[in-house]
Design a protein around this ligand. Structure first.
Ligand SMILES: *[C@@H]1O[C@H](CO)[C@@H](O)[C@H](O)[C@H]1NC(C)=O
Ligand SMILES: *[C@@H]1O[C@H](CO)[C@@H](O)[C@H](O)[C@H]1NC(C)=O
Ligand SMILES: *[C@@H]1O[C@H](CO)[C@@H](O)[C@H](O)[C@H]1NC(C)=O
Ligand SMILES: *[C@@H]1O[C@H](CO)[C@@H](O)[C@H](O)[C@H]1NC(C)=O
Ligand SMILES: [Cu+2]
Length: 571
């Protein structure tokens, strides 16, 4: 069924306008009915379409009644429109129930993107969908007959913020993430995709999930990768696509010459991410390339090993050479640790992110010359100032035994290095020796366990850009840094529309001053939002884990728990 709202309301000289109204509705994509966030009375949310060069104007009305919201345009550079990025606390205030906000930006890129709420813990409740940007000059336009969009995702039966309460609590000192209840393909299960024989399809895959990286394959069909995260690549054969949350990948798939059989396609969650696999968890979901509806839809064969395609080997189709050695290197040590409340937080180089009182863009706009001094952005935003035109390299030392898909707003980056699991931190004095001359570019990469990656970009997009792990649990536990790029340039060129200031007013959020809202003394951060204090001296994280476990084991209203100021889980 075609629904009118799937189409832009107006297409006028390359201006695309969408009116979106968010509200709660019921859906049961895996057979379990729950409340989800729909748009214009639909769930799954509409896939949005535009063309490179278009100006997109989206008005989002919040009719959720009980919660605020926002929309982030994942992978869109927002060049000159950093305040349209949708990240609550960085580029805007949340939109309270009853309010509306207009996003207005121009597209200078093409490919496969997505849009989702960027308010803590909200998009896994369903507020997520693909965003496709067509390009009349697309390099592979003559190589396929039709396009298909297929999303992959994990799915939970409980509200994210309810799960988050027990995730981020003293009752979960090891920080075990909630395990999804199921996997979805295109927000459903048993997806049938009608195909014709002897044709080539461009399949756009998008992982809209909260946590699980997915493996995707089609029996009896080779895939040819031609795009990752909006970057066209030289075609490369792949039998299994490994797609982390927030990543996208386009593949060319040629159908067989007969309608003699239908073929299973599988999406399989990477269970390495799960601390424990609950009994009965179905971590795979099957769909079919349907050549003939009257023929059987076979169950997929069981694979014993996974021959994952390695995206690091890709070469961008534009053959953009590696940027020169960096002017500014930022090293982020990624690890998990307990704070004084006993809960397990995520850190970049010793800081766990806490949203500032004033969204960072409004600090940039109101602090004059002091906006170029990193200390005004507070102690818990992991802020870095980037100077215009500099080559920036971010070295991420993943000191955690888990895999983390890290995402940069406002840019894509060259992946200059990504080491295999268990190779440890980056050595000192890295050079470009041995790195690819035409590095793969994308906006989200997976870090392998206890190893490092180097990503590089040019600071050519003044604005406030978050750099964060896209596992929503880790966003919630603070795995976010804030890159403030050419703040004085932003002041000169940006104008904040009235409706953006109006939602702040409605939320009671200040729009001037430093991270603490101080408009007089820009370096006085008294009253800023802070993370819990570190563990008391002499207490190691390991110690707390042992104590909490023994408390739980003893089934007592144990003194230690009270000592950590732990309120019983009753919310
Ligand atoms: C969107 O931005 C363009 C260019 O800055 C401007 O001309 C237009 O009026 C804006 N539209 C809305 C609805 O704000
Ligand atoms: C996936 O879902 C979207 C939105 O519901 C739909 O437009 C699209 O055609 C579906 N894709 C396939 C391959 O069925
Ligand atoms: C289908 O038939 C064409 C023409 O005979 C041939 O070139 C092509 O390789 C065949 N495709 C497959 C997948 O067998
Ligand atoms: C999911 O698929 C993989 C690969 O075929 C298989 O090894 C695994 O057993 C499947 N898991 C479940 C729960 O069916
Ligand atoms: Cu993570």
């Amino acid at each position: 069924m075609l629904i009118a709202t799937l189409f832009p309301l107006t297409v006028l000289a390359s201006t695309v306008t969408y009116d979106l109204e968010a509200s709660w509705m019921r859906a049961s994509p895996d057979g379990f009915e729950r409340s989800v966030i729909g748009i214009n009375g639909e769930w799954p949310l509409p896939t949005l379409y535009a063309t490179k060069g278009d100006t997109v104007t989206v008005t989002l009305k919040n009719s959720l009644g009980n919660v605020s919201t926002s929309l982030h345009w994942h992978g869109i550079f927002q060049n000159g429109t950093t305040n349209m990025d949708g990240s609550v606390g960085a580029s805007q205030c949340s939109i309270p129930p009853g309010s509306s906000l207009t996003y207005n930006f121009t597209l200078n890129q093409s490919g496969t993107y997505w849009y989702h709420s960027h308010l803590k813990g909200q998009y896994p409740d369903g507020m997520r969908a693909p965003f496709i940007i067509a390009d009349p000059d697309m390099p592979f336009k003559n190589d396929y007959d039709e396009e298909l969009v297929i999303s992959l995702s994990d799915w939970y039966h409980d509200f994210t913020m309810d799960l988050a309460k027990s995730f981020l609590s003293v009752g979960n000192p090891t920080g075990a993430e909630p395990v999804p209840d199921s996997a979805l393909m295109n927000e459903t299960q048993n997806l049938n995709v009608k195909v014709a024989p002897g044709k080539t399809y461009l399949i756009r895959l998008v992982n809209l999930g909260a946590f699980a990286n997915q493996r995707f394959w089609i029996e009896g069909h080779q895939m040819k990768v031609v795009e990752v995260d909006g970057v066209w690549t030289e075609p490369k054969d792949a039998s299994i696509i490994y797609l982390a949350v927030a990543q996208r990948c386009s593949v060319l798939v040629s159908t067989t010459n007969s309608t003699g059989a239908n073929f299973p396609m599988v999406t399989s969650m990477d269970t390495d991410l799960f601390d424990a696999i609950p009994d009965g968890l179905q971590w795979n979901t099957t769909g079919w390339l349907v050549y003939d509806d009257s023929k059987p839809k076979p169950a997929p064969k069981v694979l014993d090993t996974f021959d994952d395609f390695d995206d690091f080997t890709l070469v961008p189709q534009d053959r953009l050479p590696r940027f020169p050695e960096p002017d500014h290197t930022i090293t982020l040590d990624l690890y998990m640790d307990n704070l004084g409340d006993g809960a397990n937080y995520a850190f970049f180089s010793g800081q766990t992110y806490v949203s500032p009182k004033v969204p960072t863009i409004y600090s940039v706009m109101t602090l004059g010359e002091d906006a170029a001094n990193v200390s005004v952005y507070g102690d818990n935003t992991n802020a870095y100032i980037l100077e215009k035109g500099q080559v920036i390299e971010v070295i991420i030392n993943n000191q955690d035994p888990g895999k983390h898909p890290v995402h940069l707003h406002g840019h894509n980056f060259q992946v200059v290095a990504r080491e295999a699991a268990d190779t440890g931190d980056a050595p000192a004095n890295l050079t470009d020796a041995g790195t690819p001359g035409l590095p793969m570019r994308r906006d989200t990469i997976t870090l392998w366990p206890t190893s490092y990656a180097r990503v590089r970009f040019i600071a050519d997009n003044p604005g406030v850009w978050l750099f964060h792990c896209h596992i929503e649990w880790h966003t919630i536990s603070g795995l976010i840094a804030t890159f403030i790029e050419a703040p004085l340039e932003v002041q000169k060129s940006l104008k904040i529309p009235d409706d953006h200031l109006a939602v702040c007013k409605a939320e009671g959020v200040p729009t001037a001053g430093n991270a603490a809202g101080n408009t007089v003394n820009h370096f006085d951060l008294t009253g800023e939002n802070k993370s819990p204090a570190p563990l008391p001296a002499g207490f190691t994280a390991r110690g707390i884990v042992a104590l909490v476990f023994s408390c739980i084991a003893a089934f007592l209203g144990c003194a230690v728990i009270a000592w950590y100021g732990y309120a019983p889980l009753k919310q």
